[in-house]
Design a protein around this ligand. Structure first.
Ligand SMILES: [Zn+2]
Ligand SMILES: [Zn+2]
Length: 451
C-alpha cells in the first residue's frame, strides 16, 4: 500500500490535522516540519486527483469523490479551490470537528508557548526545555490509531509538542534549548481539553570553605529530638535541637539573594558540635532550590555573611558548583587528611620527662599500625555499628602541666579523634589512654586543617 492509499484510508474514517498527518510519517523525509510534510502529502494527492479529473476518462468520477474527501473531511483548502474552479460550490464541512489525534492542540502551539512564557516571568535562566505529561486517553487513542492503520514511521505526540512549543519559546525569549541539564523545564500536563503548567527549576550550587570559631553549634540544622521539628515546650516551640548552626548562619543571605525556596548544606564531613573549624576551613556546597536568580554577586555575599557572623563563622573561596561535585564532596570526605589540635586532661599527674617517653611511644605505635575504631557509643544512633580502620599520619605533643597536654594529630578523614584519645572503653585501639596506662580525656578539640 502506498502512503497515498493509506492517507485516503485515514480520512475515510477520521479527520486529523496537517501536523498530525505529517507526524504519522515523520521518519520519512528529513529537514522539514510535520506540518509541511502533511501539507505536501495532501497537496500531492490534490494534484494527482486534479490530473485524473481533467483526464475525463473513467477516473473522472473517482477523482471528484477524492477531491471532495480532501476538501471536506480533510478540510484541505487547495482541494476545495480546485473543485470550485471546476464549478463545484457546495461543501459540507464539519467545522466543529477537531483533529482526532490532538484535538487541534497542535494548531494552537502559540497559545501554549504564551502560557509557558507567562510562567517564566521574573525568572533568570540561560536555557530551557519543554516537557509533557500526557493523559492516558491521548496516548491510548494514538496507539490504537497507529496500530489500526499500521503506521510505523510516526513521531509521538510528546516529541512533537515538546519540540514545537520549545522552539517557539526559545525564539521569543532568545534562550537556547538544553536537553541534558536545563536551567528550567516547563512541564505541561495535558489532556484533550485542558492543560496545567509546572516548572522544574534546577538548583544552583555555591561552593566554598567555612570556618567555625565558636563551640556549641552543629554544622546543619537539627530537628528537636522530642518533637521532630514540630515545636514543643522542650525546644521553646522552635522545633530545633540547637539554637543555630553553621548552615543557618550562612544560608539566609544566599536564599534571599537568589530568591530561592529552600536550601541544603553539604559539608565535606562534619566536626562535632563542640569542635572549632579553624585554618583554611572545611569545604562545603550550598544548594539553593528553586532559585529565581541564578547569577549572584558572590564577593558581596561573602562580605555580607562574614560581617554578620563576625567571630562566629566565616566563609571564603566561593565559586559556582554543581550536583556532581556534591557527590564528590561526600565521597572524598573519607580520603582527606585532617589536622586536629586537642587539649587533653590526664587523670594522673606526670613529669615532662615521662610525658616525652610516652609521646615517643605514641608516635612509634601510631606510625606503624592502623587503628581499629568501632563506631563510638555517642554516634551509634546515627551511624552503623562497625569497625573502621583508620590511619593516623602524625602526632605532635606538648607538655603544659602535669595533668594537661596539647596534641596536634594528623589523621585520615572520618576518624573519631576524641576516641583515639580516650579509647572509648576499648572500642578504639590503640588509644592514648591505652598507651599512657591511665585515662586521658579530650577537653577541647579544634580542626586546624583539611586537605
Ligand atoms: Zn492533530
Ligand atoms: Zn521540640
Amino acid at each position: 500500500m502506498t502512503i497515498f492509499e493509506k492517507i485516503l484510508e485515514i480520512y475515510q474514517e477520521y479527520y486529523i490535522c496537517l501536523h498530525c498527518l505529517g507526524r504519522m510519517f515523520s521518519l520519512l523525509g528529513t529537514n522539514t516540519t510535520n506540518y509541511d510534510r502533511g501539507k505536501s502529502l495532501l497537496l500531492a494527492l490534490t494534484m494527482e486527483y486534479h490530473r485524473k479529473y481533467l483526464s475525463k476518462n473513467e477516473e473522472h468520477e473517482e477523482a471528484i469523490n477524492i477531491l471532495k474527501l480532501l476538501g471536506e473531511k480533510a478540510k484541505f483548502i487547495p482541494a476545495r479551490s480546485v473543485l470550485e474552479r471546476e464549478g463545484f460550490n457546495s461543501f459540507t464541512i464539519n467545522s466543529s470537528e477537531n483533529c482526532y489525534l490532538c484535538n487541534d492542540i497542535f494548531n494552537n502551539i502559540s497559545s501554549y508557548a504564551k502560557i509557558a512564557i507567562q510562567n517564566l516571568h521574573n525568572l533568570e535562566f540561560n536555557n530551557i526545555l519543554v516537557g509533557t505529561a500526557l493523559n492516558s486517553q491521548i496516548v491510548n487513542r494514538e496507539d490504537n490509531f497507529k496500530a489500526h492503520f499500521n503506521l510505523l514511521d510516526a513521531e509521538s505526540f510528546k516529541n512533537h509538542f515538546n519540540r514545537e512549543v520549545g522552539k517557539e519559546v526559545s525564539n521569543i525569549l532568545s534562550k537556547p534549548p538544553e536537553f541534558a541539564n536545563p536551567d528550567i523545564t516547563v512541564i505541561f500536563t495535558l489532556n484533550f481539553t485542558s492543560s496545567e503548567v509546572n516548572l522544574l527549576i534546577r538548583s544552583i550550587f555555591i561552593k566554598g570553605r567555612y570556618n567555625k570559631f565558636i563551640r556549641g553549634i552543629p554544622q546543619t540544622h537539627w530537628d528537636c529530638r522530642l518533637c521532630r521539628g514540630k515545636g514543643c515546650e522542650s525546644c521553646n516551640f522552635s522545633g530545633k535541637q540547637y539554637k543555630t548552626s553553621v548552615e543557618e548562619l550562612i544560608s539566609p543571605d544566599f536564599l534571599k539573594e537568589a530568591k530561592a525556596e529552600s536550601s541544603r548544606f553539604h559539608g565535606a564531613g562534619r566536626e562535632d558540635i563542640d569542635v572549632k573549624m579553624l585554618g583554611t576551613g572545611r569545604p562545603f556546597i550550598l544548594e539553593l532550590r528553586n532559585p529565581q536568580i541564578r547569577t549572584l554577586n558572590l564577593e558581596k555575599l561573602q562580605k555580607k555573611v562574614n560581617k554578620r557572623n563576625k567571630n562566629k563563622v566565616k566563609i571564603t573561596n566561593l565559586g559556582y558548583s554543581n550536583k556532581a561535585q556534591v557527590k564528590e564532596l561526600k565521597f572524598n570526605a573519607e580520603n582527606t587528611k585532617k589536622v586536629y589540635r586537642a587539649l587533653v586532661f590526664s587523670s594522673e599527674g606526670i613529669t615532662k620527662e615521662k610525658f616525652e617517653v610516652k609521646l615517643n611511644e605514641l608516635k612509634s605505635i601510631f606510625g606503624t599500625q592502623k587503628i581499629k575504631q568501632r563506631t563510638p557509643n555517642r554516634v551509634s544512633h546515627r551511624r552503623a555499628d562497625k569497625i573502621r580502620e583508620k590511619k593516623v599520619f602524625q602526632i605532635m605533643g606538648k607538655f603544659i602541666k602535669p595533668k594537661v597536654f596539647e596534641f596536634v594529630v594528623e589523621a585520615q578523614g572520618g576518624t573519631y579523634i576524641k576516641e583515639i584519645i580516650n579509647g572509648d572503653d576499648g572500642r578504639t585501639t590503640p588509644s592514648f589512654t591505652e598507651i599512657f596506662g591511665f585515662p586521658i580525656e579530650c577537653k577541647n578539640l579544634d580542626v586546624l586543617e583539611i586537605s
